[in-house]
Ligand binder design. Structure first.
Ligand SMILES: Nc1ncnc2c1ncn2[C@@H]1O[C@H](COP(=O)(O)OP(=O)(O)OP(=O)(O)O)[C@@H](O)[C@H]1O
Ligand SMILES: [Mg+2]
Length: 272
């Protein structure tokens, strides 16, 4: 199993992100993504998952966001300030939350747009199209359909397939389960696993669905209010009582946060 301490491909070191010059959203986030692994970035609404992924892929600028502290390195070299297309050439591609496909293009045309940064010729691209279809047979069936008319699950597949067409080393996958029925979510994660094992693609995926993410990831980081509150091998996180209580099983009051747990414990100690 890939170990986060060995051969880190992507490293985020103590980054701070501020939106609109004033809104501090990430408050010192660090994480390490090992080559060939599936790393999950977990946490509830507004925890900072998407912001972390966008900081890595340099997509914050268009949102008036800025990395104001810390470093991000890929294969040991800093990637801050690199434009997203240059990063794709380095092998890092992001699949955005909400699966952005070109609605008016067919599924196959969408997939082909993913190959635009490549210069290795049509035969290689045609081979990779077949590779994508082997992981996503559903896309092959729908290849002539206009993407805007396909289902949410198919659009997620289309967005992932399009990313694969750039022959990435690393995919940053934002909330692949969003709005999908449980069975489809499972199917999407099975494909992530198959691509990880079959093509050796490294994944960093952001997910609110802790349960499914921790069953497929090797390592997980839990974010709360812009800070990593816990990380560890997925297996250990699945067994952790706090994770079980606050992220896996819903308690009666719904989801609480680690901060509540901590202050509760502090109170208990105080009173004891
Ligand atoms: N462009 C922006 N300008 C100002 N604040 C923003 C912007 N984008 C995000 N935020 C704020 O930053 C915080 C983190 O948001 P982010 O989208 O990273 O969370 P997330 O973990 O991806 O949440 P979700 O699970 O809902 O997608 C939130 O409080 C959000 O309101
Ligand atoms: Mg998000």
């Amino acid at each position: 199993m890939p170990d986060a301490t060995q051969d880190p491909l992507l490293e985020v070191n103590n980054i701070e992100v501020i939106y609109n010059h004033v809104i501090l959203v990430l408050k010192g986030v660090s994480l390490s993504v090992p080559k060939g692994g599936i790393t999950a970035l977990l946490g509830g609404n507004g925890a900072g998952k998407t912001t972390t992924l966008k900081a890595i892929s340099n997509l914050l600028q268009s949102e008036r966001g800025e990395v104001t502290k810390g470093q991000i390195t890929y294969r040991g070299a800093p990637v801050q300030g690199m434009d997203p297309a240059a990063l794709v050439k380095q092998g890092v591609i992001q699949v955005m939350e909400g699966r952005h496909c070109f609605e008016h293009l067919t599924v196959e045309e969408n997939l082909l747009t993913g190959a635009y940064t490549r210069s290795d010729g049509r035969a290689a691209i045609a081979r990779d199209l077949e590779m994508v279809y082997s992981y996503f047979p559903r896309l092959k069936e729908r290849r002539k359909s206009q993407a805007g008319y396909t289902s949410g699950g198919e659009q997620q597949m289309c967005a992932m397939g399009r990313a694969l067409m750039s022959r990435p080393e690393t995919i940053l996958l934002d909330e692949p389960s969003m709005g999908l029925a449980p069975q489809l979510v499972e199917q999407i994660f099975e494909i992530v696993k198959a691509v990880n094992e079959g093509e050796g693609v490294t994944f960093l995926l952001a997910e609110q669905n802790t349960n499914v993410a921790l069953r497929y990831a090797h390592h997980g980081y839990i974010l709360e209010s812009g800070r990593v509150v816990m990380d560890g091998p997925a297996e250990a996180l699945r067994e952790n009582p706090d994770v079980k209580e606050f992220y896996l099983g819903m308690s009666e009051q719904g989801r609480k946060s680690f901060r509540d747990v901590r202050s509760y414990r502090r109170r208990k100690r105080w009173l004891a």
